[in-house]
Design a protein around this ligand. Structure first.
Ligand code: DI6
Ligand code: FE
Length: 436
């Protein structure tokens, strides 16, 4: 099959392909061939042979283009909501108390089990579309609200169906070890055995890309987590871990021992945990939504992670209990305001490092010749504008696999304005006379 070449011209492109600051093409063009970027660079140096090959041409009107965002930690498939729990927390109950009293994750499990597959899909689709409306072209979906073999399989199947219904790359993660379901009350070890027993069948059905666990006082112990990881390892599946969210369980070191793709949350991670992650190349996924919504006060140790060279990714952690947000852009803003990350770190966190946290090929999360043609077109002068503002809807267009998919978003997209931009401030300029 011959693939159509398309030219996307008149763009100002951030590519996130290097390690230093903003990698930027000021007067840029992209030639896509099918799902792939064939050529990217300054319009002036666009080779004539590519111009001749093009069948479709799109003028991006000088808008800012970034790689599509990758939301590398979501719990997108569930039913019900936890607004009542939110009220209880505002009256003084803690997240842990509610969980121990049988609310929390378990209440979402009850609602999820009661929903049909089609209902779960109908609930998940608008959530995925909302993420797309902020530039997302790839995402992870965890199970963990079914907690029986059948209900975990249903959740993972719904996650797979999302990728059929929408032009998104979806990675599924089996999070059977999220909480102990009521039928295993007081028998957490038996439940872990059940999770390990289901895993090969779920994997054989093509439902599992990675395995995760919630290693926490209100979740699973390090020993139980190790059993889950051993089962994953036996199947050749990569692991990830909800680690050190509410307390230090030494989960990060354990995950690193299994060469985990990522450790997520990490507010309470120790120096030893960071060292272990650095040695194993494990990505730190920070989740400002959960930090904010649970009114956590312990910062994830960004400076220490940075100093150790641990790649930092960001995600929404969309879930009904601790992070009911669907806004990656707000998460980027919060990563800067709450965690003191820099805007470029926030962008790398939602692009190149997020791809790594999912074990996606290195053609994801960047824009260069040979990369996947997933990109977002923004009503902004520069990607830093998108991190600085919050509560805006700045997406102009979305392209996934070389195809414009703006139609799937189902809400009005922004049209380009001039007033909203910090016009004239180029990527490299230091307009205030200081080294910015
Ligand atoms: N940590 C989280 O933040 C989510 N899961 C987890 O292990 C919260 C899940 C929930 O409260 O429903
Ligand atoms: Fe989570």
């Amino acid at each position: 099959m011959t693939q159509t070449n398309k030219l996307w011209r008149n763009a100002r492109i951030a590519i996130f392909d290097g390690n230093e600051r903003w990698d930027w093409i000021e007067n840029g063009a992209i030639v896509t061939q099918g799902e792939t970027v064939l050529w990217i660079g300054e319009t002036n140096s666009l080779p004539a042979k590519y111009i001749a090959s093009v069948e479709g041409e799109h003028d991006l009107e000088g808008a800012c283009v970034t790689p599509g965002l990758i939301d590398c930690h979501t719990h997108l498939v569930y039913a019900g909501n936890r607004a009542r729990e939110f009220e209880l927390r505002l009256q003084g109950a803690t997240y842990e108390e509610i969980a121990r009293a049988g609310g929390g994750i378990r209440s979402t499990v009850a609602a999820t089990r009661a929903a049909s597959d089609d209902e779960l899909l109908a609930l998940a689709l608008p959530r995925a579309r909302a993420l797309m409306s902020e530039g997302v072209t790839a995402l992870e979906v965890k199970s963990g609200y079914g907690l029986s073999e059948q209900d975990e399989a249903r959740s993972l199947r719904v996650a797979r169906r999302l990728a059929q219904e929408l032009p998104l790359t979806v990675r599924t993660t089996f999070l059977g070890a999220h909480a102990v379901p009521p039928e295993f009350d007081g028998r957490a070890d038996d439940y872990v055995s059940a999770v390990c027993d289901w895993m090969p069948r779920l994997h054989a059905d093509g439902l599992v890309d990675a395995v995760d666990a919630f290693c926490e006082r209100i979740g699973f112990t390090p020993d139980q987590t190790r059993r889950v990881f051993n089962a994953a390892k036996a199947l050749g599946l990569p692991v990830k871990l909800h680690a050190e969210q509410l307390s230090d369980q030494h989960g990060a070191a354990l995950a690193a021992e299994f060469s985990a793709l990522s450790c997520d949350h990490l507010e309470y991670v120790s120096e030893a945990g960071i060292k272990a992650m650095a040695a194993s190349g494990t990505v730190a996924v920070l989740l400002p939504g959960a930090y904010y919504f649970l009114r956590e006060t312990q910062w994830p140790p960004v400076a220490a992670l940075r100093a150790a060279g641990v790649p930092i990714a960001l995600a929404t952690d969309h879930n009904p209990g601790s992070s009911p947000t669907l806004s990656p852009l707000l998460m980027m803003n919060m990563a800067c305001t709450l965690f003191r990350m820099t805007p470029v770190e926030a962008w790398r966190g939602f692009t190149v490092n997020a791809a790594r946290a999912l074990g996606l090929p290195d053609t994801y999360g960047v824009l260069r010749a040979g990369s996947r043609a997933d990109f977002a077109v923004w009503d902004a002068d520069h990607p830093r504008d998108l991190v600085y503002r919050f509560g805006h809807h700045p997406l102009l267009r979305l392209v996934a696999g070389g195809v414009e998919v703006s139609d799937h978003i189902g809400c009005a997209l922004r049209t380009k304005t001039l007033a909203s931009s910090t016009h004239g401030e180029g990527a490299q300029s230091a307009p205030y006379g200081v080294a910015l």
